[in-house]
Design a protein around this ligand. Structure first.
Ligand code: ADP
Ligand code: ASP
Ligand code: MG
Length: 439
């Protein structure tokens, strides 16, 4: 069994969705197709949710009707037969009926999550109707029947595995399954999601759960590039990456992959291939357990980082100091990304600042606290990169004109990271592109 995931831009226009159907049907053997919402839909649903919760019902209503018109237009261009059109209209009316009803309820967090789920629910149903129209029998597997997260927001792998197995068992003889990316049930059995960009994570979790032969992630670019193509003009695709390299790049900001999406594939040793819907012949990137060359393969950057410095005059010999600091972050369930220490101070970074006020209050008991917001981590990734002689000199030479706030080297054998103010990110990425890749 293969898993094929298509992102928002890949299904964002009727012509693109038809192209996806030909990519899917050209591949032999059984497969599960994971779809995102049509591009722009989730952003629009987020806006609608924000407007409703702020009481801006007029603005929400305008956004809802614009999205509704977009879907009506979409279905007309996607399907041609009368029968398919009425099925598609039924789907659109049903989901927009729900969305409009939210203008009349006491809106809360659960409704927000349910609202956000509408995009994937509609895209998969419309795709299924189109496939049927062109003669391909297919089965819709509702993600809400098998994709679940636990009370720590972590995937419940046992549940996913057993439910998927049962569901697939109900449809023996079928080879083409379609399911929603991104959406799931939480431990309270309420609709939830795997965070923005989460369809990649769904694909990897499904691939791991059924021990798929491969997970293909189809998007709008020919694989993982050596640098962020939105920031740097000359970038090139990287043909092969190990799970660990891809994982670091995803975690540290390479938007092509959801930050957690490589972990399940790595754990179950399922190769992940990144492919371009706009150029299906392009090789893309193959991510597997193979660790090949040692050079730096790619650079990624993660924004919205907050640096926290805790200064204590008593750190020397104060062996409980670090533990006390870590306990504060544990208490507020806030992961630390980078950390450096000196005799009198510890600097660390977080990307989730939702509990920052409480964290600062607690840290103040341990020393003087200084905060720098709007920072970016720039992460250079490659197998055994820390063993490559001269690498630090190359990095420092390239970053000669960029003020660096922190450096992390040796924490993992796969990456070297630096922290800089976000306003220097573009300059840093371009300088590194030249210095490390000669591009
Ligand atoms: P999808 O909608 O298919 O999930 P995304 O927009 O989430 O697509 O991811 C694809 C985009 O990721 C690309 O269009 C590109 O702009 C961006 N991106 C950022 N960093 C990289 C990188 N290192 N390699 C490739 N794409 C990247
Ligand atoms: N539709 C969701 C989002 O836009 C999930 C995804 O596209 O992967 O974040
Ligand atoms: Mg994405």
């Amino acid at each position: 069994m293969k898993v094929l995931k298509f992102g928002g831009t890949s299904v964002g226009q009727p012509s693109r969705m038809r192209e996806v159907a030909s990519i899917v049907t050209a591949q032999k053997g059984p497969k599960i197709v994971v779809l995102s919402a049509l591009s722009g839909t989730t952003n629009s649903l987020v806006k609608i949710g924000e407007d409703i919760s702020k009481g801006n019902h007029d603005s929400a209503s305008i956004e809802i009707e614009a999205l509704y018109t977009h879907y009506l237009d979409f279905h007309e261009k996607l399907v041609k037969k009368e029968n398919s059109r009425s099925k598609a209209q039924y789907v659109i009316h049903e989901h927009f009926g729900f969305i409009r009803s939210l203008l009349k309820v006491e809106f809360n967090e659960n409704y927000t999550k349910e609202l956000l789920a509408q995009g994937e629910l509609m895209s998969t149903k419309l795709f299924s109707i189109y496939l049927e129209e062109i003669g391909y029998r297919n089965v819709l597997l509702p993600a809400l029947d098998f994709m679940a997260i636990n009370s720590n927001d972590e995937p419940d792998m046992d549940f996913i595995q057993s439910r998927l197995k049962n569901l697939l068992g109900l449809h023996t003889g079928n080879e083409l399954f379609i399911t929603q990316g991104y959406i799931c049930l939480n431990y309270e059995q309420k609709i939830d999601n795997l965070k923005r960009g989460g369809s990649d994570y769904t694909a990897s979790l499904v691939g791991a759960a059924i021990n798929a032969e491969i997970v293909q992630i189809w998007t709008d670019i020919d694989g993982m590039h050596n640098n962020d193509p939105r920031m740097v003009e000359k970038t090139k695709p990287v043909a092969e990456l190990s799970f660990d390299e891809a994982s670091e790049l995803a975690y540290f900001g390479a938007k092509i992959l959801h930050p957690s999406s490589i972990l399940p594939a790595k754990q179950y040793n399922v190769p992940v291939q990144l492919k371009n819907t706009l150029d299906p012949e392009a090789y893309g990137t193959m991510i597997s357990g193979l660790e090949k060359s040692k050079e730096i393969k790619a650079i990624a950057a993660k924004d919205g980082i907050t640096a926290i410095k805790i200064k204590s005059s008593r750190m020397l010999l104060a062996y409980g100091f670090l533990r006390n600091i870590f306990e504060v972050f544990e208490k507020y369930k806030t992961p630390i990304d980078m950390i450096t220490t000196s005799e009198v101070a510890v600097s660390l970074t977080i990307d989730d600042d939702s509990r920052l006020p409480e964290i600062i209050e607690d840290l103040k008991m341990l020393g003087r606290v200084m905060i720098d917001t709007d920072q970016s981590i720039i992460c250079m990734v490659g197998n055994d990169v820390v063993e490559e002689k001269g690498i630090i000199k190359k990095i420092f030479d390239a970053l000669e004109k960029v003020p660096i706030r922190m450096i992390s080297y040796g924490g993992s054998k796969y990456n070297v990271s630096v922290l800089t103010e976000s306003k220097y990110k573009k300059q840093a990425l371009n300088a590194l592109n030249k210095g490390l890749f000669g591009l």
